[in-house]
Design a protein around this ligand. Structure first.
Ligand code: ATP
Ligand code: FE2
Length: 322
C-alpha cells in the first residue's frame, strides 16, 4: 500500500495505490483570480489543506493509516516553498508511522502513469501550464527529446485568454471558442523537437487589435500550436523507434489535441494512450503509482534523508527500477 503526495506547484493531492491499482486520488488546488501563482501562498494552502486531503484519501480507499507501507513524495521539480510544505507533511507521517519515503520526479510520474492504462514504453507529450516537453526513457535514463524554448503551452494559451479578456484558466474557454472559428495564418515555429510560442503570441495580439474574431484566433491558435506539439511528438516516436504515445498535463484535456495525437498515431501504426482527466492534471495517484514501481525495486529512504530538488532535470533522475 503506497500513499502518494503531490505538492510541486498549485495542487496538493494525496493518492493511494496498491499493486498498480488506484484506490483514491484526492486533490485541491490553490487558485487566484489571475492565475498567477504566488509560491509562498500556494505553500500555505498546501499546509492548511494537507491533513484534510490525507484523511479523505484514506477514507475513499477504505484503508487505515497502519496499512501504508511507504510514502511517495513529489520532491522534484517545482516551487521550493510548495515542495517544502509537501516534504514536511510527508516527514511528519513517515516518522509517526515509521515508514520510508520514496522520492518521485513529477515529470517522470506523468509518463509512468501511462502504464495504468496499458502503455509499456511510451513517448510522453507533457503539455501543462508551465511545462511543454517530449520525454521518453532511452539508454538508461528518462530523456527530454524536445521542449518549449520560451513559455509552456498552457501559460501561452492563458496569456492570450487574458489579453482578450476571457479570464483564467483560458484553455477550456479557448477550446469552446475555437469550435466555430476558421483558420488565419500563424507563425509555425519548430526546430527539431523544440517549439516556441512567442511568435504566435505577438501575431495573435496584432490580429486581435485589427479586429479578427476571438473564434478565428482561438481556432488558429489551437490548430497551429497543437500541430507543432504533435509534429515534435511524431519526430520523437520516429527517432526512438517507440510505438506508443502518452499525453500528460492539463492541456492534454483538450479534445482537439487528443484527436490530433490519435490521428498521427493511427497514421504511423502507433498506439495513443490518453489518461482520464483526473490523471492528466497534477495529481497524487501518479506519484503513488510511480512510487510503488520504485519501492518494489528497493528504493526507500529514511524520512531524514529526503530532500527537495526544485530544479531536478528529467535526465538527472537516477533510474534503477527499469
Ligand atoms: P505543472 O506544474 O504540471 O506544469 P500546471 O499548473 O502548469 O502544472 P496543469 O494543472 O497540468 O498545469 O494544467 C493547467 C493548464 O491546462 C492551464 O494552462 C489551462 O489553461 C490548461 N487547460 C485546461 N483545460 C484545457 C483545455 N481543455 N484545453 C487547453 N488547455 C487546457
Ligand atoms: Fe504536472
Amino acid at each position: 500500500m503506497i500513499i502518494g503526495i503531490e505538492c510541486t506547484a498549485h495542487t496538493f493531492g494525496v493518492g493511494i495505490v496498491n499493486k498498480g491499482k488506484i484506490l483514491s486520488n484526492i486533490r485541491d488546488m490553490y487558485t487566484t483570480e489571475s492565475g498567477g501563482i504566488v509560491p509562498v501562498e500556494s505553500a500555505k494552502h498546501h499546509r492548511e489543506i494537507a491533513e484534510k486531503i490525507y484523511c479523505a484519501a484514506l477514507d475513499e480507499a477504505r484503508i487505515e493509516e497502519k496499512e501504508i507501507d511507504a510514502i511517495a513524495l513529489s520532491n522534484a521539480p517545482g516551487l521550493s516553498p510548495c515542495l517544502l510544505a509537501g516534504l514536511e507533511f510527508a516527514q511528519l507521517k513517515a516518522r509517526k508511522l515509521e515508514i520510508p519515503i520514496v522520492p518521485v520526479n513529477h515529470c517522470v510520474a506523468h509518463l509512468e502513469i501511462g502504464q495504468s492504462i496499458g502503455a509499456k514504453d511510451p513517448v510522453l507529450l507533457y503539455a501543462s501550464g508551465a511545462n511543454t516537453q517530449i520525454i521518453a526513457y532511452a539508454s538508461g535514463k528518462y530523456r527530454v527529446f524536445g521542449e518549449t524554448l520560451d513559455i509552456g503551452i498552457g501559460n501561452f494559451i492563458d496569456k492570450f485568454a487574458r489579453y482578450i479578456g476571457i479570464g483564467f484558466p483560458g484553455g477550456p474557454k479557448i477550446e469552446e471558442k475555437a469550435k466555430t472559428g476558421k483558420y488565419v495564418e500563424m507563425p509555425y515555429s519548430i526546430k527539431g523537437m523544440d517549439v516556441s510560442f512567442s511568435g504566435m503570441q505577438t501575431k495573435l495580439q496584432q490580429l486581435r487589435d485589427k479586429g479578427i474574431s476571438i473564434e478565428d484566433l482561438s481556432y488558429s491558435l489551437q490548430e497551429n500550436a497543437f500541430s507543432m506539439l504533435v509534429e515534435a511528438a511524431e519526430r520523437a516516436l520516429a527517432h526512438t523507434g517507440k510505438r506508443e504515445l502518452v499525453i500528460g498535463g492539463g492541456v492534454g484535456c483538450n479534445a482537439r489535441l487528443q484527436d490530433m495525437c490519435k490521428i498521427m498515431c493511427e497514421d504511423r501504426g502507433a498506439k495513443f494512450f490518453c489518461p482520464s482527466k483526473q490523471l492528466l492534471v497534477d495529481n497524487a495517484a501518479m506519484i503513488a503509482f510511480t512510487g510503488e514501481i520504485m519501492f518494489n525495486s528497493g528504493i526507500r529512504k529514511n524520512y531524514k534523508e529526503v530532500e527537495i530538488k526544485p530544479r531536478e532535470r528529467t535526465d538527472d533522475v537516477e533510474v534503477i527500477w527499469k
